[in-house]
Design a protein around this ligand. Structure first.
Ligand code: ZN
Length: 408
């Protein structure tokens, strides 16, 4: 198999998480009696362009089907982050009622709702029908499709070209990253701007975030590599922000190479220098990741077995994709973690793939009075701990397994 970007043969294994069911496919009670599909989960490093990537991929239409239950609007901190972004970018690009904004992966309209409030015309592109339906209920126009060259070419010729194309956590989730970036080049207005947010590979490696690896996540990106991919498509990165979402992400700003109306920020060279100083352009940097992941695995299993022997009650919070990778790689089932609590009504009553742990609503916490709550979406641990403050009454503790086992 060859690199998705530079076509170099992939020979270096970054991490092998063996196999796992698709992370976002929660199961119904009936489905528990049916065979479950597991797919290999092995990640490679390209030693030429340093794109870290999944080896084989399922057809994306199999993964992003009706069952895809992630609704962005259920996270309060994510909504706040999105609103802040809309205010910032509106000011920076001087967007107004004559502008046109397109969001790729617009989900349930969690972000575009803020542009709509400002009377800035916008359009969402979203392949999952159930989330797109919610966005439409909010009065947001949505094209229900996968973004790429084909989709852009199918738009009618007199369609307005966007002043801003944005995508949060989509770049790393597209199977064909070259086609995606080529689509951006084709669609963007002459002096338009693209912003894309994605988890920073540097944070993944330095903070042991192996649980952010799952089938829907095809590429793991450094700034160096994404810059090469954009440059190969005549798009120039002229600014970058390092932001805290998803355990440390990058927000890149791109423009047409030919567009000379924008100044290049110093952030670009600073971040390139940082990555080079850490040797992200050498194989050495990527070694030993498996060992680090295994260390977390053994610690978590050790902890759970100890609690089991002492008859303590352990539950988990947050039925998110990253939790599934962790639970499945550690081989944890319902005997070690009784239930997982999630506020999304779309998930309650279902079961986590692989581990088959039941997903329940928050009222169970007061009923069960657990001794420990494992926070699976560690990236929003502060928000969750605040929300569950009342568990202090019976001395319940929080467990955060990543970046290193922590009991609070
Ligand atoms: Zn490559």
């Amino acid at each position: 198999m060859n690199c998705r970007f530079c076509n170099n043969e992939l020979t270096i294994e970054f991490i092998d998480l063996v196999n796992s069911p698709p992370s976002n496919s929660n199961l119904t009670k009936k489905e528990l009696n049916e065979p479950e599909a597991y797919f290999p989960l092995k990640i490679f490093l390209c030693d030429k362009c340093f794109l870290v990537q999944i080896d084989e991929y399922k057809k994306s239409d199999e993964i992003f089907n009706e069952k895809y239950a992630y609704f962005s609007s259920f996270s309060k901190s994510w909504l706040e982050h999105s609103k802040k972004y809309v205010d910032m970018i509106t000011k920076r690009l001087k967007l107004n009622e004559n502008s046109f904004v397109v969001e790729i992966g617009s989900n349930d309209g969690y972000l575009l709702q803020y542009f709509k409030k400002l009377n800035i015309p916008c359009l969402g592109i979203e392949p999952t029908l159930n989330t797109a339906a919610v966005a439409k209920e909010r009065g947001i126009d949505v094209i229900e499709d996968f973004f790429g060259v084909r989709m852009v070419k199918e738009l009618s010729l007199n369609t307005k070209k966007p002043d801003l194309i944005l995508g949060n956590n989509v770049l790393a989730h597209v199977p064909d990253i070259k086609d995606f970036v080529r689509g951006l080049k084709l669609y963007l207005g002459e002096s338009g701007v693209i912003t894309m947010e994605f988890p920073h590979l540097m944070q993944l490696i330095e903070n042991n975030q192996f649980d952010t690896i799952y089938h829907e996540h095809f590429s793991y990106l450094s700034f160096l590599t994404i810059r090469s991919i954009f440059e190969a498509h005549e798009l120039e990165l002229f600014d970058v922000d390092q932001i805290s979402t998803h355990g440390g992400s990058l927000r890149i700003y791109a423009k047409h190479k030919e567009d000379e109306t924008k100044e290049k920020s110093r952030n670009v060279q600073d971040l390139l220098n940082l990555e080079i100083s850490k040797k992200m352009n050498t194989i050495e940097y990527y070694k030993d990741f498996q060992k680090k992941a295994n260390k977390i695995k053994y610690k978590l299993i050790e902890f759970l077995i100890k609690q089991k022997k002492e008859n303590k009650k352990v539950i988990a919070y947050g039925a998110a994709a990253k939790g599934n990778t962790l639970l499945n790689y550690c081989g944890i089932k319902q005997d070690l973690i009784e239930i997982v609590v999630d506020i999304s009504p779309y998930k309650q009553g279902k079961f986590l793939p692989g581990s088959h742990i039941p997903i329940v609503n928050e009222s169970y916490i007061k009923e069960i009075k657990p001794d420990y709550i494992i926070i699976l979406p560690w990236n929003i641990k502060d928000e969750i701990m605040k929300q569950l403050e009342y568990v202090n009454k019976w001395n319940c503790k929080f467990v955060i397994p990543i970046p290193k086992m922590e009991i609070i």
